[in-house]
Design a protein around this ligand. Structure first.
Ligand SMILES: NC(=O)c1ccc[n+]([C@@H]2O[C@H](COP(=O)([O-])OP(=O)(O)OC[C@H]3O[C@@H](n4cnc5c(N)ncnc54)[C@H](OP(=O)(O)O)[C@@H]3O)[C@@H](O)[C@H]2O)c1
Length: 339
């Protein structure tokens, strides 16, 4: 093993926020394993960090919360059985004891702790899960953060079940597509929105009940025609101008789950309508460690395959950030790091 590794590092330098650099290999702390990374995947969080729009930024820092690789070394003999295993990592750091809310020293792999966009990662063995055998390395790398976020949003918060009507907005997003797949797997009727006709077409092929382009005038009316009483669950990460229209579409005693604000501040909503319909708007962030295990189990049971938008080598990793910034991806942007 060489003493250095290549890593995609976030720097304070305004001209060159991301740079592929040589770094010393991480030193293992008690309880940790050294993982030779095979693939990593981006989340919008990585792009927010690049844009300086994420709290608590630390420089220089290796980004990346998602990945898959092979354990090559462990700090303690008791963990020797991990060596040689192909693993994915739970990106939660210190969720804590309360399943409903993360602890105050909670953080996410890849900021402030060094993340997966590097040839090696030192990480606690309690974060490791064997790669689901039916997934390729690239598919497995796409799962952790987005899969976990979607799982909690859909089930713990959105109470999605067979036969329920569900609307997932901005379906091109990494989390959104998992939310679609999870809701579909349990037998819900899943509607989608997207700013891209091509993505809508693909979603119809994947079994979406109906889809509309949120850039078209009257997109909300189109959805209301299909579900005049509103949706049991709406899963949204856009916020922005369309928020009021979405809030109007929450069905009786239905729920809108919000986990992001990609399109900025939400438009004001009609509160009387909200309380008369006994509706709930609830926030959701990531998910607890039990949910991570349950999410992998659900995926395995239903053999759910993540939608990988593209795969490129680490040397071209920065172009994946550009693609995400432009919103061109459909599913997860994956970086291949080693064989
Ligand atoms: N709270 C959490 O734990 C958590 C976890 C993960 C992500 N997030 C947040 O959730 C958001 C999505 O994350 P991601 O990683 O899935 O991002 P992503 O892969 O970059 O997806 C973003 C998607 O947003 C959609 N979008 C953009 N403008 C929209 C609009 N006006 N209305 C509806 N949809 C719109 C686009 O879908 P189309 O291409 O189909 O138009 C785009 O593909 C980000 O803001 C991220 O920070 C939060």
């Amino acid at each position: 093993m060489t003493a250095t590794m290549r890593a995609l590092v976030l720097q304070e330098d305004a001209q060159e926020r991301l740079k592929l650099v040589e770094r010393p290999l991480p030193t293992l702390q008690p309880g940790q394993a050294l993982v030779k990374m095979q693939a990593a995947a981006l989340n919008h969080r990585d792009q927010w960090c690049r844009m300086g729009m994420y709290p608590g930024l630390r420089y220089p820092s290796i980004l990346g919360s998602d990945g898959c690789g092979v354990v090559v070394e462990v700090a303690e003999a008791a963990h020797q059985h991990w060596v040689g295993k192909t693993v994915v990592m739970n990106p939660n750091v210190n969720w804590g004891e309360n399943p409903d809310f993360q602890s105050f020293n909670y953080s996410i792999l890849g900021m402030p702790t060094d993340g997966t966009l590097a040839e090696y990662l030192a990480i606690g063995v309690d974060r490791l899960y064997e790669k689901p055998a039916y997934l390729t390395v690239e598919q497995a790398a796409a799962v952790p953060l987005a899969g976990l976020t979607a799982y909690r949003a859909v089930f713990a918060k959105g109470k999605v079940a067979a036969g329920k009507s569900v609307l997932v907005t901005g379906i091109g997003g990494g989390v959104a597509i998992f939310a679609f797949q999870f809701a579909q797997a349990v037998g819900a009727k899943v509607y989608v929105t997207s700013g891209s006709e091509q993505k809508l077409q693909k979603m119809m092929e994947m079994g979406a009940t109906f889809g509309v382009n949120y850039k078209n005038q009257g997109w909300d009316k189109e959805l209301q025609k299909k579900e005049p009483f509103g949706f049991h669950t709406i899963v949204d990460s856009a916020g922005g101008e369309g928020f009021e229209a979405l809030a109007k579409m929450i069905g009786p005693a239905g729920t809108m789950v919000v986990y992001g604000t990609t399109a900025g501040k939400p438009s004001p909503i009609n509160l009387p309508r909200l309380f008369f319909s006994q509706a709930t708007i609830t926030g959701s962030t990531m998910g607890n460690d039990q949910e991570f295990a349950d999410m992998l189990q659900l995926m395995t049971t239903h053999q759910i395959v993540p939608l990988v938008s593209s795969v490129r080598p680490l040397a071209e990793g920065i172009t994946a950030f550009d693609e995400m910034h432009a919103g061109q991806q459909f599913g997860k942007l994956v970086i291949r790091i080693s064989e």
